[in-house]
Design a protein around this ligand. Structure first.
Ligand code: GRF
Length: 187
């Protein structure tokens, strides 16, 4: 099997990046993480580039030219698939056009509920009985692309933002790889 050369975009902790790297070491996993793009030079997740010897590109997304820089690096590394893993910046139309149906994102709620930020506080405020995470394709509307896969859990009365985050991230580490497997099984 020829693995798809994949770029993971991050801005923070990078636990999903680390998890995808570890899955991608399995020879039957459909992607290889060939590049990491990060728009925050203080992101904890940067360390995984060095640890696993994966090229890292830091971009300043405040810079007008950042889209062109990103696109040229994606081309440079022959990237054909993109995973957004905690990337805190909206992907521009220019990049979406180039990579139509080849960019996916993981979101910490059961979409279409709770798009955007601060999902855990909104889930609690809304007294939801269940929550979870969703992997979806990225289009030009926020957290609104076609849903590929989700995973859910039921809330308990003692849940707070910390426990919800913990439970959600545990599910994310299963859902993201599972979604990727299902995409390439069907292609
Ligand atoms: C995840 O909870 C993801 O759903 C959201 O950002 C978070 C990233 O976490 N989009 P990490 O950096 O992968 O640990």
């Amino acid at each position: 099997m020829v693995k798809k050369k994949t770029c993971v975009f991050i801005s923070g902790k990078g636990s999903n990046l680390k998890n995808l790297i570890s899955y991608s070491r399995d020879k039957s996993f459909p992607i290889k993480i060939s590049l990491i793009i990060c728009n925050n030079n203080k992101a904890e997740g940067i360390k995984y580039a060095k640890r696993y010897n994966i090229p890292l590109i830091l971009v300043n997304t405040e810079n007008k030219n950042s889209d062109n820089k990103i696109l040229s690096q994606l081309k440079n590394y022959k990237i054909s698939f993109i995973c957004l893993a905690g990337y805190m910046k909206i992907i521009s139309n220019k990049i979406i056009k180039e990579f139509r149906n080849r960019i996916i994102n993981i979101h910490p709620s059961l979409l279409p509920k709770f798009k955007g930020l601060n999902t855990f506080s909104r889930v609690l405020k809304n007294k939801e009985i269940k929550s979870g995470c969703t992997v979806h394709y990225v289009n030009n509307k926020l957290d609104a692309g076609h849903i590929i896969y989700n995973k859910k859990f039921f809330l308990i009365p003692s849940d707070n933002e910390t426990t919800l985050k913990y439970k959600t991230q545990n599910l994310e580490h299963k859902a993201f790889p599972q979604a990727i497997i299902s995409i390439f099984r069907n292609r």
